[in-house]
Write a protein that binds this ligand. Sequence first.
Ligand code: NAP
Length: 280
Amino acid sequence: MSSSKILLITGVSSGFGRALAREALAAGHKVVGTVRSAEAKRDFEALSDGAAFAYLLDVTDFDAIDGVVARIEADVGPIDVLVNNAGYGHEGILEESPLSEMRRQFDVNVFGAVAMMKAVLPFMRNRRSGHILNITSMGGHITMPGIAYYCGSKFALEGITESLGKEVKPFGIAVTAVAPGSFRTDWAGRSMTRTPRSIADYDPIFDPIRKAREERSGKQLGDPQKAARAMLAVIGAEHPPTHLLLGSDALGLVRDKLSVLAGEIRAWEDVTVSTDGGAV
Ligand code: NAP
C-alpha cells in the first residue's frame, strides 16, 4: 500500500489483531493497539520502535473510551482506520446459558465496538475521511446450535455496520464488516466462554458440536496472516466493500444459507403478500 496510515486496532495481544498489526507495520503504517495488561503493552510496543503504540483498554470500560481515543489523536496522530477486532465467543445452549453471559457477550462484541465507533466518528467526520472495519464472523450470517448469543452479537454488528455505513458515506467515511470463517487464533481456546451443560435433552444436538470445536481449536483452516493481508487490501481499496467474507468455509456456508433463505421466501411468498391492506 502506498500511503502510510494510522490504524487503531482493538485487541492486539493475539489472533487477528496481532496478525493485522504485524502486517500493517511491515507495510509501513503506524499501529495503535489496545491491550489489557502492562505485559501485553510492553510486548506489543516491542514489535516496532516508533510505529507500534499500545494503550490499556477493556472495551467494556465505556466511560474510558472517549478519553483514550482523544489521547491517541493528540499523542500519535489522526486515526485513519479503526479496526474493531476485540471480541470473544460464548458457547452454550440458550436455555442453559444465563442472561448475564448474553449481556457480557453483547457488551464486548457489540456495545464495545459501537462505543469505539462513536469515539472516533467526530474526528473522522471533521476530516471528511476514515475507514472503520468491524470484525464480525460468518456467525453474523449463518447460525448453528450452541452459539446463539455469539451469533446474535455478530448479526447485530453486521446490521449496525451496514446502517452506519449509509449514515457516514456522505462524509467520506467507509464502514466494512469483515466476516471470517474458522481461523487459527485463540478464539476457540483460551478466549472462549463455555457455559457448563445442565439439561440432558440437548446432549445429542450439542455434545458433538462442543467436542468437534474443542478438537479443531488450533487446527482451523484459516490463516490469520492471510486474513491480515486481505484486510490491508480492503483498507487500501478505493471503494471498500460493506461486507467481506474471509475463508472458503464462510463462502460455502453463507452461500448455502442465502439460497435456503431465498427458497423459503419464495415458498411463503403468497402468505407474505397477503397482508397488504391495499391503497388507502
Ligand atoms: P483471540 O486470539 O482470542 O483474540 C481476541 C482479542 O480480543 C485478544 O487480544 C483479547 O485480549 C481481545 N479482547 C477480548 N475481550 C476484550 C475486551 N473486553 N476488551 C478488550 N480486548 C478484548 O481471537 P481472534 O479470533 O483473533 O478474535 C478477534 C475477533 O475475530 C473477535 O471479534 C472474534 O469474535 C472474531 N472472529 C474470530 C474467528 C476465528 O475463527 N478465530 C472467526 C470469526 C470471527 P486479551 O488477550 O486481553 O484477552
